[in-house]
Design a protein around this ligand. Structure first.
Ligand SMILES: Nc1ncnc2c1ncn2[C@@H]1O[C@H](COP(=O)(O)OP(=O)(O)OP(=O)(O)O)[C@@H](O)[C@H]1O
Ligand SMILES: [Mg+2]
Length: 413
């Protein structure tokens, strides 16, 4: 029987289940289920019943397309409740011997022993760099001799209640959470190159309800953040401005939307039907673009402030990589480059094999990354075939399982 791995991307806009078969050097996509999301707002559960129904529909579709039943998955998490801090841990090495894995674990444990409020869970703890007897920036100290090992870590935490709501909603749909994975770490795994991660890069995933950031420097994660604003705010601006229902505003955004007003001919017009008497009105496309540009510029201003706040803005030699459904908005790359003052690359999942056509869009970077990163973090969690759907709810402790595993840079690029 083949090993399967499952990613369940619980977005504000869509739920995407991807079933992958683990092959020697690749994950082969054998099933995909994409359904509109319900019961989520800005990356946080606000109606568990609705969310469970949407997750169940997405999982069912993926099961049908693959012919496999699934019972476990790596699940994405975002939302304004995510927080991150950097912390140092120190451990003494006794005896004349090289550093061992358990020394690294002890150092990480010490770093983790910082005050984490009782209502928060550790999602990821990533070793950024080590130093041994004062020698800074040791990449892998295993086997090296020394007396004092220090680790610099990046610790990402989430609200326990928000995680519990998400876990319970997913579980009620028949899926046990193998592990929660922070959105931008998954997206980063799907779209960044090793070189970008090494040089210094910020990945920016703009979805419907959230904008997720992760800064990678020297091959590993140095900073993460979730801004609870995404493309849905643009739709809501259009709704208010044009007095149209939100599904019409969404359709207008997708068909005529543009983030760079000056690129649009002032004479270009389109028709919409506002609320009320149903008589279509003519709208200047450039005016629409002006409204969108304001919102997009504001969003990148927030992103820029977050990057500055991290203190690593001077270290991003590879600039910014944009992904997420909202980055399909025309002109967004130019506004991003203008506001961030970085080179900006647009990205979507590449290098996919199997039934992957539906996933070749920036909206699915997180969905694809979940499989790959999940497997790296928990290499033993492989077979996601239905053993039994009556598996106990995995304790939230599961979310911190693999606490000491390193977020390895991509090895197969
Ligand atoms: N062609 C397009 N042009 C502009 N915007 C688009 C286009 N297609 C999708 N979007 C927008 O992308 C957003 C959805 O992106 P995505 O699918 O990445 O969100 P999500 O993962 O469900 O949400 P989140 O990650 O924020 O919880 C919506 O705001 C949608 O309007
Ligand atoms: Mg998303």
């Amino acid at each position: 029987m083949s090993d399967l791995v499952v990613g369940l991307d619980v977005g504000t806009r869509k739920i995407c289940t991807v079933i992958g078969e683990v092959r020697a050097d690749d994950i082969f996509v054998v099933g995909v289920g994409i359904e509109p999301s319900q019961g989520m707002r800005k990356g946080v559960v606000n109606d568990m019943g609705q969310l469970t129904a949407a997750v169940a529909a997405s999982v069912h579709k993926a099961e049908k397309s693959s012919g496999f039943d699934i019972s476990r998955a790596f699940v994405s998490v975002a939302g304004g409740h995510i927080a991150s801090i950097n912390s140092r841990g120190v451990v003494g090495i006794t005896g004349q011997r090289g550093v061992r894995v358990d020394d690294l674990e002890k150092a990480m444990e010490a770093a983790r022993a910082i005050a984490i409020p009782h209502n928060r869970e550790v999602l990821h703890i990533v070793p950024r760099s080590y130093s041994l007897d004062g020698q800074e920036r040791v990449r892998s100290p295993i086997g090296m001799h020394g007396f004092r090992l220090e680790v610099e870590t990046h610790i990402i935490t989430a609200s326990s209640t928000n995680l519990a709501n998400l876990e319970q909603s997913v579980h009620a749909a028949g899926v046990t959470v193998d592990r929660f994975i922070l959105n931008p770490l998954a997206s980063g795994d799907a779209v960044l190159t090793d070189q970008e991660r090494e040089m210094g890069v910020v990945i920016i995933d703009i979805g419907g309800g959230t904008t997720d950031l992760a800064i990678f420097i020297e091959g590993t994660v140095w900073h993460t953040a979730v801004i609870p604003v995404g493309g849905d705010l643009i739709t809501s601006d259009i709704t208010h401005w044009m007095h149209v229902p939100s599904d019409s505003a969404e359709a207008v955004k997708i068909r005529y939307g543009h983030a760079q007003a000056k690129a649009i001919d002032p004479l270009e017009m389109f028709r919409v039907e506002p609320f009320g008497d149903g008589i279509p009105v003519e709208v200047q496309r450039r005016e629409l673009a002006e409204i969108i540009e304001l919102r997009v510029a504001e969003l990148f201003d927030m992103v820029k402030k977050e990057i500055k706040r991290s203190g690593y803005d001077g270290l991003l030699r590879a600039g910014a990589v944009l992904t997420g459904g909202c980055t399909q908005l025309e002109g967004i790359q130019q506004i991003a480059a203008r506001e961030l003052e970085f080179p900006v690359r647009m990205a979507k999942p590449e290098r996919l094999t199997g039934m992957a056509d539906a996933l070749r869009s920036p909206a699915y970077s997180t969905s694809v990354g979940l499989l790959r990163l999940g497997l790296k973090l928990d290499p033993l969690v492989r077979s996601s075939l239905a053993e039994s759907n009556s598996l106990p709810v995995s304790g939230l402790g599961r979310a911190i399982g693999g606490l000491f595993k390193r977020l390895l840079p991509d090895q197969d690029q």
